[in-house]
Design a protein around this ligand. Structure first.
Ligand code: NCD
Length: 337
């Protein structure tokens, strides 16, 4: 597979062929992720999980994916806890850390930082989010989720009518997802945000040039009726010049049970990269939707483990060896009801 021994820094590195291969491998990860089987295929391998910006699910799911393949995880969190705070360059840090592990997953607040880090790395580097720029593994797990959710309804990606909502200016997940969707054509894509938080023109052009039907708007309701998948986002307050400016958009678009039943197609899929901001003044995705079958946010996070396992297996070249190192789970799985 093309990914073997390669960095994954941008969705630009990804082709349709590679997506298909990767999603097939992700499916083979299900018995391990669902704790029916254990595989030790990466026994002895070490992941350097370097997170220089806040993260819960991306960091933990990278670590968990590596553990589920039998590997060990070494972790750094926060810029202030690392030598970068003493003025060390990303290049030097990469030279050092790449001597300690077999693969690195990294998140950093500056756009382009992970690519810069990779120039000093002797081992593959996966971008776990570089500032407002990109989040390629999230885009892959989002696409995998869209693919699965539509498949359950007998539909294909080609049938997608997707509405992206919220802070489309700063959201790296939607930037990467739009780039990935530009590999397809003929989709319906609605980009709905406050005017000041509109999707950057380069991504709108990318989608239009790919032959998608793109609609841009600033009212929540105008993006909902035509969508079979709705992707809500959090206002990325850490990327605004001031908290005061971010506060202007808090709670601007709220998706709740009333809006969903009045304006959305029955059973429309709801996604969100998470975390959702559940504070009262924000609440962009209300808890009153928690029992809606269309709410896919936790299927999406579960899919993150499958996709990240697939990436590790393919980059380290073991995707065909999983079964050789497998056994049954010997503990009790889950919660007794
Ligand atoms: C997103 C991110 O960090 O860009 N979270 C994630 O990785 N799942 C979205 C966000 O923080 O709003």
């Amino acid at each position: 597979m093309k990914l073997k021994g390669q960095h994954l820094l941008s969705v630009k590195d990804i082709s349709l062929e590679l997506i298909e291969e990767l999603f097939n491998v992700a499916e083979t990860m299900r018995p391990y992720a669902e704790r029916q089987k254990v595989t030790r295929v990466l026994e002895g391998a070490v992941l350097g999980n370097m997170f220089f910006e806040p993260s819960t699910r991306t960091r933990v799911s990278f670590g968990c994916a590596f553990n589920l393949l039998g590997g060990e995880v070494r972790e750094t969190t926060g810029l202030s806890n690392s030598a970068l705070a003493k003025g060390e360059s990303l290049y030097d840090t990469a030279q050092v850390l790449s001597g300690y592990s077999d693969i690195i997953a990294m998140r950093h607040p500056q756009a382009g930082s992970v690519a810069e880090f990779a120039t000093g790395s002797r081992i593959p580097v996966i971008n776990g989010g570089d500032g407002p720029n990109e989040h390629p593994t999230q885009a892959l797990l989002d696409l995998f989720t869209i693919h699965q959710e539509l498949a359950h309804k007998g539909k294909k990606i080609e049938d997608l009518s997707l509405t992206l909502l919220g802070d489309l200016k700063h959201g790296r997940t939607v930037h990467s997802l739009c780039q990935l969707l530009s590999l397809y054509s003929g989709l319906k894509i609605q980009l709905i945000s406050p005017e000041a938080l509109a999707m950057p023109t380069k991504y709108i052009d990318m989608l239009s040039n790919a032959g998608h039907q793109v609609k841009v708007g600033s009212q929540l309701e105008e993006g909902l009726p035509q969508a079979n998948v709705i992707y809500q986002t959090r206002i990325q307050e850490e990327r605004f010049a001031s908290q005061k400016e971010a506060n202007r958009y808090r709670g601007y678009f709220r998706l709740n049970k009333r809006i969903y039943s009045e304006h959305c197609q029955p059973g429309a899929v709801i996604m969100h990269p998470l975390p959702r901001d559940s504070r009262n003044d924000a609440n962009e995705l209300d808890n009153d939707l928690n029992q809606e079958p269309g709410l896919a946010i936790f299927r999406q996070t579960d899919n993150g483990v499958l996709v990240r396992m697939a990436l590790f297996a393919c980059i380290l070249g073991v995707e065909d060896q999983l079964y050789q190192y497998e056994r049954n789970v010997n503990w009790h799985v889950g919660l007794n009801q």
